[in-house]
Design a protein around this ligand. Sequence first.
Ligand SMILES: NC(=O)c1ccc[n+]([C@@H]2O[C@H](COP(=O)([O-])OP(=O)(O)OC[C@H]3O[C@@H](n4cnc5c(N)ncnc54)[C@H](OP(=O)(O)O)[C@@H]3O)[C@@H](O)[C@H]2O)c1
Length: 459
Amino acid sequence: MRLGLLGLGHVGCGVVQLLETQSEAIALRLGEPLEVGRVLVRDPAKPRPVKVNPDLLTTDPSAVLADPAIDVVVEVMGGVEPTGAYIRQALQHGKSVVTANKEIMADQGRDLLALAQEQGVDLLFEGSVGGAIPILRALLDSLTGSRVTRILGIVNGTTNFILTQMAEEGQDFAEALAEAQRLGYAETDPTADVEGHDAARKLAILSSLAFSTDVRSGDVLARGITAITSDDLAYARRHGLACKLIAQAEDQGGFVAAQVAPAFVDARHPLARVKGAFNAIYVYGDGLGESMFYGLGAGGVPTGSAVLGDVLQAARNRRSRVAFSRPLPSRGLAVRSAREAVSRFYVRLETETHASAAADLRRLLLQHGVTLSSFLDQPGQNRGQARFTLVTNPCTLGALEDALQAALSLPWVRAVGALVQMLDLQAGDLAVELPPTVQVEERRMLGRLDVAGPGEGGW
Ligand SMILES: NC(=O)c1ccc[n+]([C@@H]2O[C@H](COP(=O)([O-])OP(=O)(O)OC[C@H]3O[C@@H](n4cnc5c(N)ncnc54)[C@H](OP(=O)(O)O)[C@@H]3O)[C@@H](O)[C@H]2O)c1
């Protein structure tokens, strides 16, 4: 079996490294050796952390895509074009394709899988979500005995690393991002990660598989973590909460709602304990109850491990003259905007000092149907400034966003600092109990800091 690699960067090198260190085990599992036939790169002269015969490197895509000696093409070059065209060409040449490209699979996956089936070959993409975590194959196979109702988790290691650094090392966002870039967890342009777009692509793939319906990245409402400050994380800590960028999608009977947003979760919940570049994905279903998939969510070697697993599957299938891939079924569910989802929210508003600010803000929120369970009025960072920290009663995200938009038109409101979902998760047996002394301390802080609301009806 011969592989053609498109790209020899982080993931490509991870694949080559694993191929080298595990060549015997792979040959045993496959029944024959697996070798690299050709590798497409941009710059053949570039130094690489793995040893590859320089004669195998090429800058000509057709040397990989049209070489009859290559059985499986591994696309790990990233980007949408020309990458999408290369995947199509490889499939049209009768090669199986393995990709880790979430951008392409989120929005073109359905068409490409149909093409793969037409050609009687495989298109496998486990590495595109959750790095080494085997979540996609589980959703496509093992979990299909249940009706999946909800998916929820941490699917972006970069933002999780940044939030962990901010919470545990007291760094601000810029410092934590710089640290992530220094360690290779964040790209030079981190926009896709920190604005939630990368997580939205992964959630689109997860939702399409879990709910058997067509969810594209544009259907996922994405809010990132750039507005989160160490003050918000300090608030979370004082209240026994942790801040995470959560991707969540739900089959609400007839339609799907999907969003990526910062959320406060109970610090005892296992999701709160997912640190650094790790990912965790919960799957809820009628038959299966609640399952959590946890592991290294990115990195060249962990992702290379998922990619190589797919390569072995594709290679075995070619030997048996079968194909594993099939078009994704679609129930044609509508995708409803997550603005209609109901939750409690934490909001930090930065204002100028203004005599009737508190009353005006409450009135404005009430006009949009938003009532509060907690309202904290503090001095701002500088003289003449104030900060309002609110927690709403359950309301729609849309109503709250409209109210905050209206607040921004008030001359003394400077900025909506942070808007974070208060995620009420039932952790069941998975809850991690904190020692009683910590709980007492948290309750004490809660009592001291929050101005109690008037109860059920809100403010
Ligand atoms: N890195 C991760 O942790 C991770 C995790 C999950 C999924 N992924 C996905 O895996 C894919 C690869 O990511 P990566 O981090 O390995 O990327 P990377 O380090 O930037 O590597 C990209 C490779 O592709 C080659 N390449 C790019 N454009 C090319 C072109 N037009 N023609 C020829 N060669 C080209 C580059 O060649 P040169 O080396 O010569 O420049 C490089 O070897 C992406 O889709 C990414 O989203 C990555």
